[in-house]
Write a protein that binds this ligand. Structure first.
Ligand code: A3P
Length: 283
């Protein structure tokens, strides 16, 4: 692993990239939320860009999709104040670090969950390809880091548990990546119902078409990268996002032993999680 210390700092026990300044992270609780803010919440590599694209189509030009709340310097909070339109705000923060005012104002939040084994593989490639993350040479080393929560944004288990543990406070909508892949129509309908958006079936079909993996990947190849439109605090390079977009890739990476280790930890940590019971791993 190279230059880990230059790229990563630990805040509240969680590894962040230096693209999230410590001062910003310390100041998050001073952020003034608005009642109509919408949060897009995820552990990295769970389909955040997909969800954001759906949101863009649902609202067309009436909203501002901001960069993640935890991305940048402390001046970021002031910049967010200057946005006059309704804000859609992505974040990889766990519930405990989320600015308090979002909780006080009971802002709408959509949390996208992806099965943690595919998330682990996707994040592994992010570590390999993303210059903002330390280099990792071996899957086996990375696998243990993921299990221990020593990767950027910390433990997948703790992240989801922190949001599930407080689900009654803000009433977030939880979506599953795998269910969205299986039935995108149903997912878009669910999102629009949660947000109170009136939309007909044809419009939903149109959104599904425009936000398919193939369509999004092709579009990003044509676009110039615009750092203001990234929804992941770990990169501004959208081309790093659209890799395979499939369910079940983990089977090509996990050894039997790793799978057992993973399942043991999963069963211990997620025993009381209702959300975990609905996660699909693909065939
Ligand atoms: P893979 O690395 O497995 O391909 P995030 O947006 O949270 O960073 O998540 C990125 C993952 O979501 C990547 O997974 C990416 O390919 C996948 N993804 C992005 N857009 C998608 C879409 N429209 N449909 C399905 N998967 C998508």
């Amino acid at each position: 692993m190279s230059a880990q210390s230059d790229l990563i700092h630990v805040f509240n026990g969680i590894p962040f990239t230096t693209r999230s300044s410590a001062e910003l992270l310390r100041s998050l609780d001073t952020f003034k939320a608005r009642e109509d803010d919408i949060l897009l919440v995820s552990y990295p590599k769970s389909g955040t860009h997909w969800l954001a694209e759906i949101m863009k189509h649902l609202y067309s030009t009436k909203v501002s999709l901001t960069s993640p709340i935890e991305f940048g310097e402390v001046s970021k909070l002031e910049e967010m104040n200057k946005i006059t339109s309704r804000r859609i705000i992505p974040t990889h923060l766990n519930y405990d670090m989320l600015p308090k005012d979002f909780k006080a104002k009971k802002c709408k939040a959509i949390y996208i969950i992806r099965n943690p084994k595919d998330t682990a593989v996707s994040l592994y490639y992010y570590y390999k390809d993303n210059p903002n993350l330390p280099t990792i040479d071996m899957w086996s080393i990375y696998f243990n880091m993921f299990l221990q929560g020593e990767v950027v944004c910390g433990s997948w288990f703790d992240h989801i548990l922190s949001w599930e543990g407080h689900r009654n406070e803000m009433g977030p909508l939880f979506l599953y990546y795998e269910s969205m892949k299986e039935d995108p129509f149903k997912a878009v309908k669910k999102i629009s119902c949660y947000l109170g958006i009136n939309i007909n079936d044809n419009e939903i079909h149109e959104i599904c078409k425009k936000t398919s993996f193939a369509e999004m990947k092709t579009n990003v190849e044509k676009e110039n990268n615009d750092p203001t439109h990234t929804v992941c605090s770990l990169t501004s390079n959208k081309k790093l996002i659209f890799r395979k977009g499939i369910v079940g890739e983990w089977r090509h990476y996990f050894t039997n032993k790793q799978n057992r280790l993973f399942d043991d930890l999963y069963n211990t940590k997620m025993d009381s999680s209702r959300l975990a019971k609905h996660i699909h791993y693909g065939n």
